[in-house]
Design a protein around this ligand. Structure first.
Ligand code: GUN
Ligand code: ZN
Length: 433
């Protein structure tokens, strides 16, 4: 995914700092302290998902068949309010296991309101490249008492978490201010987040214009459309990630293409919650940076970047016909587009000298993937998470032979099952969905 989209057969030499030192002719057999045999595999930049909720992995299947606002009020928020540090850690580790096994190496995560340290601890331990932050909620209809905070407290706790975690693990962990969405954030909160993001060059992460009802409610309540409201409060000029953006107004495209904000496309969540098809070809045509994300396991129900890529391609064709973006352009959503959204494109998003060795290696010599000469067509439409054999993050091997190296999948699954039962009990929700 370099600017020329170079495809080559090469040895990738990684230095002691975990960065790519050279792309060398394999015939030269450069000496190395450790070699990984990857002949026959396709090596791509580690995939980036710029909108995830690790806190919702334990809710998989517990919130089926509801549109956004009832889904949040009746299921997601009561479940989030029932989290304790142990259930949140289990939810994060289960999600990270799935992400790493599928070749996702970097995420932007929205936490719940409390226990955010448990998310960073899980990210630190498992090796994933993690940008995250607590969800900030200081107002809103249907928000349970357990999630509602004062503006001052939401800001104070976010500032404390940013101080404690931003830049840790050699820069692998980063903080993002994360007001949940405009329906649960006061103007004061949103303005203060914008000011902090500008002063400290930090990322803002929120949801925008996901569902038609939600977008209409925003206009009714505030007299202005969702993305314009975020812009008016100073959030579109910062490095910001706006998840979904399914229902932009015609005059909002300019806001997105001229500021610092990126759109994060979440195709399977948009289908599962019945939100609609985001206008991705139109965004790309007018120069908006677009990234990709699975959202959470409560609205997907997987965290599989390959499925999101394939659906992004299928939906773009369904919506835009022959003018849909090409496979290589859509592959950017999960690589360099995601890196730009996170403000990390100097470090990740492509295989280039000087960048971090975040690499995903796939075996595409499989019945479902043999055929297309164009590697991007093969990656976008045929590759599956189970084709991923080896994954490195900053040069460290986190998946080898299709198995986790940094922690044990079976342990993460068992702990998740145990914590899920306790959580469901605490929340008092039925497990029938
Ligand atoms: N809008 C506000 N909160 C959420 C959330 O948790 N998930 C999704 N998909 N949309 C939201
Ligand atoms: Zn979301």
């Amino acid at each position: 995914m370099d600017p020329l989209r170079t495809v080559l057969v090469a040895d990738i030499l990684v230095d002691a700092d975990g960065r790519i030192a050279a792309l060398a002719d394999p015939a030269a057999r450069a000496p190395a302290q450790r070699s990984i045999e990857a002949s026959g595999l396709v090596i791509v930049p580690g995939l980036i998902q710029a909108h995830i909720h690790l806190c919702q992995t334990l809710f998989r299947g517990l919130a089926e068949d509801k549109p956004l606002l009832p889904w949040l009020r009746e299921r997601i928020w009561p479940l989030e309010a029932a989290h304790d540090p142990d259930s949140l850690r289990a939810s994060a580790r289960l999600g990270i296991a799935e992400l790493l096994l599928g070749g996702t190496t970097a995420i932007l995560d929205m936490g719940t309101v409390h226990h955010t340290d448990a998310l960073f601890e899980a990210a630190a331990e498992t090796g994933i490249r993690y940008t995250g932050g607590k969800a900030m909620m200081d107002t809103g209809e249907g928000v349970p008492g357990g999630l509602l905070e004062t503006t001052a407290l939401a800001l104070r706790d976010s500032d404390r978490l940013a101080r404690d975690w931003h830049g840790r693990e050699g820069g692998r962990l980063r903080y993002a201010y994360s007001p949940r969405f405009v329906l649960t954030a006061s103007y004061d909160l949103l303005r203060s987040v914008g000011a902090r993001a500008r002063a400290n060059q930090m990322l803002v992460h929120t949801h925008a214009s996901e569902q038609r009802d939600e977008s209409e409610l925003v206009r009714e309540r505030f007299g202005v459309s969702n993305i314009r409201l975020l812009a008016n409060l100073g959030l579109a000029e910062t490095n910001a990630c706006f998840a979904h953006c399914v229902w932009p107004e015609p005059d909002e495209f300019d806001i997105l293409s001229s500021g610092g904000a990126s759109v994060v496309h979440c195709p399977s969540c948009n289908m599962k919650l019945g939100s609609g098809i985001a206008p991705i070809a139109e965004y790309l045509d007018c120069g908006v940076n677009v990234a990709l994300g699975a959202d959470g396991a409560a609205s997907n129900n997987r965290l599989d970047a390959w499925e999101e890529l394939r659906l992004a391609g299928l939906l773009a064709t369904l919506r835009s016909g022959p003018s849909a973006p090409a496979a290589a352009d859509l592959f950017e959503l999960a690589t360099i587009g995601g890196a730009r959204a996170l403000g990390m494109d100097v470090d990740i998003g492509s295989i280039e000298i000087g960048k971090c060795a975040d690499l995903t290696m796939l075996d595409l010599q499989r019945a479902h993937a043999v055929g297309p000469d164009d590697v991007y067509t093969r990656l976008l439409y045929s590759a599956r998470a189970s084709d991923v054999r080896l994954v490195t993050i900053g040069g460290k091997v986190v998946v080898e032979n299709g198995s986790l190296k940094s922690f044990r999948e079976a342990e993460a699954v068992a702990d998740a099952e145990h914590q899920r039962a306790l959580l469901v009990n605490r929340a008092g929700v039925s497990t029938a969905g």
